[in-house]
Design a protein around this ligand. Structure first.
Ligand code: 1CP
Length: 350
């Protein structure tokens, strides 16, 4: 367990990182800002494209604050996207309406010439400005989470040119030419360290590294493309900012969760919906913070089924360093009143 300094200990959100179980636990939700909120849709329309919103500090801060105003979550997450990193590196990213991200794919070492680490500064600076604004505008008790995508997951989008269900192009490149693919992972690892360091300097109190596609890799590949780069990021940040906790999210990799936590040195992990509560308990008993893992579709369903599962999760993790969250992001179909129901239920004992 890290020794987090006095400047950050006032946040309830950080208590689990000091090994304290708090009841009720802190609560926030992945994608708590987003299309399920009418006020988000209005700001998004005002901003223009999705990336215009990410690079507009005033509007990005506004959409970050919207769910805090509505629900009073214990933490807010910087509004941005994991694909800001390839965009800032020079592989321009577009978000086609209703279709998700599009990039001109990089499929081999020659394509890496399009990336330039020294050019990331101007775009990263806009995100850091959002963080600085947020730390000023957020309620003093609300923790601010900075984030990036893990190198493996970001690479899958850069190599496929879009989201995919099997990450086949990235996995194929990694098998065909592991040393070439390692160069892409290295650029992303270095860019991520720069990007996250800037977020901490600007005021982020905690970090989360999203590895949404960690579950598609074989054991040795998981070690090389997930564990190794994550470990490098954690070590670099820990050396400079020992007081800032770092959460990992190796989604879909429950069978590797314990080795991921032990090897990378993260302070905690987000657990996806398929992760058994018994495994979350084991990870917490090993001294790490666990976060999760309500099915986002139960939040769409609402009603007694939602309350029942919230109660089950709370009971299973009671007395352990735990943060209430979903197993993945809020989906656009979610009725906002179900989010209010969830927060009320989690805080029922308060
Ligand atoms: O039209 C819109 O308004 C775009 C929808 C949207 C939103 C709200 C996208 C496009 N990104 C985001 C914000 C976002 N993305 C946040 C903001 C903070 C919050 O949680 O409130 C964060 C942390 C992310 C992270 C992200 N982006 C991940 C990792 C987490 C996860 O969901 O697995 C990934 C994989 C992305 C890529 C991405 N960005 C957007 C979409 C639709 C996708 C997924 C594409 C695919 O299907 O593969």
């Amino acid at each position: 367990m890290q020794n987090f300094d006095a400047a950050t200990v006032t946040y309830k959100f950080l208590a689990p990182f000091r090994g304290e179980a708090v009841s009720p636990p802190p609560v926030w939700l992945m994608r708590q800002a987003g299309r399920y909120l009418p006020e988000y849709r209005a700001t998004r329309a005002e901003a223009g494209s999705f990336l215009d919103l990410c690079y507009n500090p005033k509007l990005a801060a506004e959409v970050t604050l919207q769910p805090i105003r509505r629900y009073g979550f214990d933490a807010s997450i910087l509004f941005s996207d994991i694909l800001v990193v390839p965009d800032a590196l020079g592989q321009s990213v577009r978000f086609a309406e209703g279709e998700g991200p599009r990039l001109d794919p990089i499929r081999d070492v020659a394509g890496l010439a399009r990336l330039d680490l020294s050019k990331t500064g101007s775009k990263f600076a806009l995100v850091w400005e959002t963080v600085a604004r947020l730390r000023q505008d957020l309620p003093p008790e609300t923790c601010l989470i900075g984030f990036c995508g893990a190198p493996w997951t970001v690479a899958t989008y850069m190599v496929e040119g879009r989201g995919s269900s099997d990450q086949a192009e990235a996995r194929s490149w990694a098998y065909r030419d592991p040393d070439g693919f390692a160069q892409l992972i290295e650029v992303l690892t270095d860019a991520s360290i720069t990007y996250l360091s800037g977020q901490i300097e600007a005021g982020a109190n905690v970090l989360q590294i999203f590895d949404s596609w960690a579950g598609s890799l074989a054991e040795d590949e998981f070690e090389r493309w997930v564990i190794a780069p994550t470990t490098k990021i954690v070590r670099a940040l820990r050396a400079r900012y020992p007081h800032v906790p770092i959460m990992g999210f190796p989604k879909g990799a429950t069978s590797q969760l314990k080795s991921f936590v032990a090897a990378t040195g993260v302070d905690g992990v987000s657990c996806d919906t398929s992760c058994p509560l018994s495994i979350m308990r084991d990870v917490a008993d090993a001294g790490k913070v666990v976060q999760g893992n309500l099915d986002p579709l139960l939040l769409v369903a609402g009603g007694a089924a939602l309350d029942r599962r919230v109660d089950e999760i709370l009971a299973a993790l009671k007395g352990r360093p735990f943060i209430f969250n979903l197993g993945h992001g809020i989906v656009p179909e979610t009725p906002p009143e179900h989010v209010a129901q969830l927060v009320k239920r989690v805080r029922r004992g308060a």
